[in-house]
Design a protein around this ligand. Structure first.
Ligand SMILES: [Zn+2]
Length: 213
C-alpha cells in the first residue's frame, strides 16, 4: 500500500518520449540511447589531444543531450557522467586525475542555470572518485554559435576564450570533461590555456561525438 502510494509520487514523464516512468529516462529510451554507445570508447585516445567518448551523437543520445541543455533537464547530467565513467573504468582507469569541466560563459550560465559539463563531471567523479575543479578554467569570452561558422572562423571565435581560474594540485594530470566533441576547437583552446600555465592535460572525455570512426 505504502509502496504503491509512494510510486505515485515517483512517477514522472520521460523527458524524451513523455511516457510515464519511475526513472529519469524510460526503459525504452534508455535502450535506444545505449544502442549509440561505441564498442570501443577509447578509439580516439591518441593524437595531440586524446579523446575518450561514450557514443555517437545521433538519435536518442542526441535528443537526451538536447533535453539536458535546452529543456534544462539538469537531472540527466550526473547520470550521463556516470555512463562515461563506467566505460572509463573498464578501459582507461588511472590512479590520480583531476576533472575540469569545460566552462560556459557567465551569461550563458545565468540563462541556463547550470553548466552541463560540470554536471557530467560530477557524475564522473561519483563513480571514479576523481576530484573536480570546476573553477579551474574560466570562459572569458562570449563566443558566437559555432555551427554557423567556417573552421577558420571557429578558431578566430575561440581565440583566448579561456583563462585560468582557481586550481589546486596543479601538478596532477587533468582530464577535461564536456558533453559533445565536434571539431575539437573548443577543447584545444582550453588545453592551450592550461598547458601555457604548465598544467598537464592527458585528454578529454565527452558523452558524444560527431566524429566518424
Ligand atoms: Zn522515454
Amino acid at each position: 500500500m505504502l509502496k504503491s502510494f509512494l510510486s505515485l509520487f515517483l512517477q514522472q514523464n520521460c523527458p524524451l518520449c513523455e511516457r510515464i516512468t519511475e526513472q529519469k529516462i524510460c526503459q525504452d529510451c534508455l535502450k535506444q540511447i545505449h544502442s549509440q554507445q561505441f564498442k570501443n570508447t577509447a578509439q580516439f585516445w591518441s593524437d595531440e589531444l586524446p579523446l575518450f567518448v561514450w557514443g555517437n551523437y545521433e538519435g536518442k543520445l542526441k535528443q537526451a543531450i538536447a533535453a539536458l541543455k535546452y529543456e534544462r533537464h539538469a537531472e540527466l547530467g550526473e547520470m550521463m557522467g556516470q555512463w562515461i565513467a563506467q566505460a572509463w573504468l573498464k578501459s582507461l582507469a588511472r590512479k590520480q586525475l583531476i576533472l575540469i569541466p569545460i566552462p560556459i560563459h557567465a551569461q550563458k550560465l545565468k540563462e541556463r542555470g547550470f553548466n552541463q559539463a560540470e554536471l557530467i563531471a560530477k557524475g564522473f567523479s561519483q563513480v571514479t572518485g576523481y576530484p573536480i575543479q570546476p573553477q579551474a578554467l574560466i570562459r572569458s569570452k562570449e563566443t558566437k554559435a559555432m555551427y554557423s561558422l567556417k573552421p577558420k572562423e571557429r578558431e578566430e571565435n575561440l581565440k583566448n576564450a579561456f583563462k585560468i581560474g582557481k586550481l589546486n594540485q596543479s601538478k596532477t594530470n587533468v582530464l577535461l570533461i564536456d558533453d559533445i566533441y565536434t571539431t575539437g576547437t573548443t577543447a584545444k583552446e582550453a588545453v592551450k590555456c592550461l598547458r601555457s600555465h604548465h598544467i598537464p592535460v592527458i585528454g578529454i572525455a565527452t558523452l558524444a561525438t560527431t566524429k566518424q570512426i
